[in-house]
Structures are given as structure tokens and as C-alpha cells.
Design a protein around this ligand. Structure first.
Ligand SMILES: Nc1ncnc2c1ncn2[C@@H]1O[C@H](COP(=O)(O)OP(=O)(O)O)[C@@H](O)[C@H]1O
Ligand SMILES: O=P(O)(O)OC[C@H]1O[C@](O)(COP(=O)(O)O)[C@@H](O)[C@@H]1O
Ligand SMILES: [Mg+2]
Length: 471
């Protein structure tokens, strides 16, 4: 008998559900975020036993399966007096006892979109291996080169043998691209090719596209589950703890900082300047600064800065050079965009194919400003700026061990969710536990550095950098 898997009220017994505000279900002190499910618009879908039941490697015990009423709390820190509840929660990720797809009837498609990020190949590999080994799915396809690949070419058939060593490679074997989002063509192609599970690996832009795909599939009443796996080297996707590949990128960034430090230390009045990725968020710069300890000043898009006068960057560096003889500055690519003088050409904001702003080169500009400043103020003293821009080197690498494990759990969570009939969802860790989150929410939740919290205070206590008038 089919149990409406999404309906936590039914799962918990209706008497325990206190109210059902739109988008949420309040059960006692928990406000559970509603998760889209195929039965929302196809109410009479059949269910099947989970094939993991018969898998000789799992021997599932009763605790193995996740109940529809198992939740992950959004906030684990709260003031008991100020926030007595109800507390926002999401459905917990993991295998369900009954599933909504007959495994041999599944035709899965996997696509990667947007910029590279360490671990993309691991996610693809684990989707293929997980679908094959856990659920006995035999029709798995890789869509080539991003969203446009749905309608512009044939998908590649994948199996565990083919993807065996992919976790050791950087980039994405399926290839990726920006732009090329054509809703009708994409959904027509999904329908024509008979895909009934679509796994989308991408960042904030990709997730906004996924919302449209999911809504269109729903509008057409199609029995197709759409699952998202958030990918962003910038760590700018909200709600989840962090994105996969981010830690690997921070590790790579540290190598650039370490080289800048060596160069600066070995020169008279040496400045090591490192520009790091981070389109409009400074997470990579911040984490690389905190973990390296060699950084004297960290400039991020969330915190405006200025060069001249009291409390400015030049004054700070002057003191640092006097005290230490060298200094290291880390700047995120999106920082300082408002103070870089614009030429007539650069006045027109450039955009990439996906509509993301293309930034002016803050590193190159800062390097020349530093040289001009020193030449003006100390014409007779030696001075060196060594500028390092590792750009793609921090993201075009295989994932480290932690990220590889993380990618595996993400892929398996996505599979379990789609098999359970959930759709229009993204999976990710919240406070260390894997959850399913409606894609609509993830697509609009940006994760920026909070310069008012402890982490930023920690950066300032390590660097002693100025607050640039925010004090
Ligand atoms: N608002 C949007 N609606 C639909 N598709 C979008 C939207 N923004 C981006 N996309 C598509 O998502 C894909 C990846 O977007 P992009 O911003 O380049 O990377 P990321 O997803 O990593 O942020 C591209 O194919 C792009 O056309
Ligand atoms: O040159 P590309 O491939 O467009 O990528 C550059 C951008 O990609 C990023 O790594 C972010 O990419 P996503 O938005 O795809 O995650 C930024 O840090 C950087 O500005
Ligand atoms: Mg993005």
C-alpha cells in the first residue's frame, strides 16, 4: 500500500501535526519545511520495496531507513528564552523503506554546469556507482557540456567500469559550460530521451535554472524526479554548511600565499600580493587567511576598503614594513570593484554567458597602486611587490580526501531522495547532517561573509588589519 512519503503528518499520525501553514508543517515544536514530491501532482504512483533490502552488503536493520518524520534542524544554536520555537527543520536525507521507481525502469541523466570545482568527477562517479550498485539501475547517461548538452548532442551512456578512476581527476569528464539555458528545449529533450531522474550538479545560477526545469516538468505532469547537488568553489550557496571542493580550493590557495610570503620575506620592503577567486564572496580569501597565518591583510567584497589617508591600506602597510620588513596581502577577485577607476571601455559592465559580472582585475590594479605609492613617498628606498594570481589552479584539481568523502555522501543522498520520489530538491549538510532542501529556497539563499560575526573578528585579530571605517 502506497504511503505518501512526503506527508510527514500522515507518517507521524495526523493527530500530532498541529498546523499546516503554507510551505511548512508544524509538528509539536518543529516547523518542517515541505519538500516537493512526485505524488503532489501524480497521486496514484506505485511504490516498491527498496532493493537495498536484498543487497548482501547492507543487511539493513530497522534504523537503516530514514522515516519521513526524521528531521534536521536548521539552527542548532538558539537562545531558549528568545527563540522557544517552533524550530525550522528539513527532511533528513537517506534511504527510504519504499521507493517510487521500479529500479529497472529508471533512466537517469547527470549534467554538470557552470565553473569547475574540485570533486565534480567524484560526484558523477558516485552517482553512477550508487545508482548501479545500490538500486540496480542500468540506464545512466552523462549529458555533455552543461544545460545546452540536453538538446545539442547525444548523451553518453555510463557504467561503473567507465567511471572507475574519475575521482582522481580534476574538472568534469562530462564537460561543462555557461549560458545555453533554453527551458523548452531542455525539458523537451528530457522527455524525448525518456529520462525519469535528472541529477543536476551546479552553482547558484544552475540552481535557478533547475527551479524552472522542475516547475515546467510539474506543469507538464511528468513522472520525472529532479535532484540538485550544489557545486561552487566560491562557497556562495546558502543554507548548506559548505560546498564540496571548497576545502580543496582553500588548501591550494594556501600554497600561493606561502609562495608570496617567501618572496616578500626575501626582499627588502617586500609585499606579497595574492588574488583569489571569489566572485562576490570572500570565503576562499578568508579561510586561506585564517589557516595560513602569514597574511597581514585580507580584502574581501563584503568589506569596502580604501588606500590613502588615515586608516587606509597604505598607512597600514607602511607600519607593517617598518615593523616586519615584509607584508602579505590577500585580495578576493570581487573586492574593491567600486574604487578601481573605470576607463571608457570598462565602464560598460561586462557579463559572461550566464549573465555573471566579469570583474576588473583588482590584483593588477593594486600592484600598480602600491608601486606608485612607494615611488612617491619613499623614492630612495628599495621596494618589491610580488603579485601571484593562481586563478584556475585552485579549482582545476582533484578533490582532497575530505571533499571526496563529502562528494560520495552528497551523491548517495541525491539518489536516495530521487528514488523516494522527492523532486525539486537539493541535498547538503546542515549542521553536519545531510538534508533535503527545496531547490527554490537554495536558489535564492546566498552565502556571504558576515563581517559582524566571530569569524571576521578572528581574521582581524590575526592580521590586525584596519576596519576601513566600519568600527
Ligand atoms: N536565472 C537563471 N535562470 C535559468 N538559468 C540560469 C540562470 N542563471 C544561470 N543559469 C544557467 O545555469 C548554468 C550555470 O550558471 P553559472 O552562473 O554560469 O554557474 P553556476 O551555476 O556555477 O553559478 C548556465 O547554463 C546558465 O545559463
Ligand atoms: O572563467 P570562468 O570559468 O567563467 O570562471 C571564473 C569564475 O568562476 C568562479 O570560480 C565561480 O564559478 P561558479 O559561479 O560557476 O561557481 C568564480 O570564482 C570566478 O569568478
Ligand atoms: Mg555562481
Amino acid at each position: 500500500m502506497a504511503m505518501p512519503a512526503n506527508n510527514a503528518a500522515a507518517a507521524c499520525g495526523d493527530h500530532r501535526a498541529d498546523s499546516s501553514e503554507e510551505g511548512y508543517l508544524t509538528i509539536r515544536n518543529i516547523k518542517l519545511q515541505r519538500l516537493p514530491h512526485l505524488t503532489d501532482y501524480l497521486p496514484s504512483l506505485e511504490t516498491y520495496p527498496n532493493p537495498v533490502d536484498n543487497n548482501p552488503f547492507f543487511h539493513p536493520v530497522s534504523e537503516f531507513y530514514i522515516n519521513p518524520s526524521d528531521v534536521v534542524l536548521r539552527q542548532i544554536l538558539s537562545d531558549g528564552f528568545l527563540s522557544p520555537g517552533p524550530h525550522l527543520a528539513y527532511h533528513r536525507a537517506g534511504p527510504r523503506k519504499r521507493i517510487y521507481f521500479e529500479p529497472r525502469g529508471v533512466r537517469a541523466a547527470i549534467v554538470t554546469c557552470g565553473g569547475l570545482c574540485p570533486g565534480m568527477n567524484t560526484v558523477i562517479r558516485e552517482l553512477v556507482v550508487g545508482l548501479w550498485e545500490l538500486y540496480e539501475v542500468r540506464e545512466i547517461f552523462g549529458v555533455r557540456a552543461g544545460y545546452r548538452g540536453f538538446y545539442s548532442g547525444e548523451a553518453v551512456e555510463l557504467n561503473p567500469k567507465m567511471v572507475h578512476g574519475w575521482h582522481r581527476k580534476g574538472g568534469t569528464v562530462l564537460e561543462t559550460s555557461r549560458g545555453g539555458f533554453d527551458l523548452d528545449k531542455i525539458v523537451n529533450a528530457i522527455q524525448d530521451r525518456g529520462f525519469n531522474q535528472v541529477y543536476i550538479i551546479g552553482g547558484d545560477g544552475t540552481m535557478r535554472g533547475m527551479v524552472e526545469i522542475f516547475n515546467e516538468i510539474k506543469r507538464r505532469n511528468l513522472n520525472i524526479a529532479v535532484a540538485g547537488i550544489p557545486k561552487t568553489v566560491d562557497n556562495d550557496v546558502g543554507i548548506i554548511d559548505r560546498s564540496f571542493g571548497f576545502q580543496t580550493a582553500v588548501e591550494m590557495a594556501q600554497q600561493a600565499i606561502s609562495a608570496a610570503h617567501t618572496e616578500a620575506e626575501s626582499a627588502v620592503n617586500g609585499i606579497g600580493l595574492v588574488k583569489l577567486m571569489g566572485r562576490s564572496t570572500g570565503h576562499i580569501a578568508l579561510h586561506a587567511t585564517l589557516s595560513s597565518r602569514d597574511v597581514d591583510c585580507c580584502l574581501i567584497p563584503e568589506n569596502d576598503f580604501y588606500l590613502e589617508g588615515r586608516g587606509g591600506l597604505f598607512e597600514f602597510l607602511e607600519n607593517r614594513l617598518k615593523d616586519n620588513g615584509h607584508a602579505v596581502v590577500v585580495v578576493a577577485e570581487g573586492a574593491g570593484q567600486d574604487i578601481i577607476p573605470k576607463t571608457d571601455q570598462s565602464h560598460v559592465e561586462e557579463k559572461d554567458e550566464s549573465g555573471n559580472p566579469v570583474f576588473l582585475d583588482v590584483g593588477g590594479w593594486l600592484k600598480s597602486e602600491l608601486k606608485n605609492w612607494w615611488a612617491m613617498d619613499h623614492p630612495k628606498e628599495l621596494f618589491t611587490v610580488k603579485y601571484i594570481d593562481p586563478t584556475y589552479m585552485i579549482r582545476a584539481v582533484p578533490a582532497n580526501a575530505t571533499d571526496n568523502l563529502y562528494c560520495t555522501l552528497l551523491a548517495h543522498s541525491a539518489i536516495h531522495g530521487a528514488m523516494a520520489g522527492y523532486t525539486g530538491f537539493v541535498c547538503g549538510p546542515i549542521n553536519g547532517n545531510y538534508a533535503y532542501i527545496p531547490v527554490e529556497e537554495v536558489a535564492h539563499a546566498k552565502n556571504v561573509v558576515n563581517t559582524r560575526d566571530h569569524k571576521w573578528a578572528w581574521v582581524r585579530s590575526i592580521t590586525n588589519q584596519p576596519d576601513f571605517g566600519r568600527g
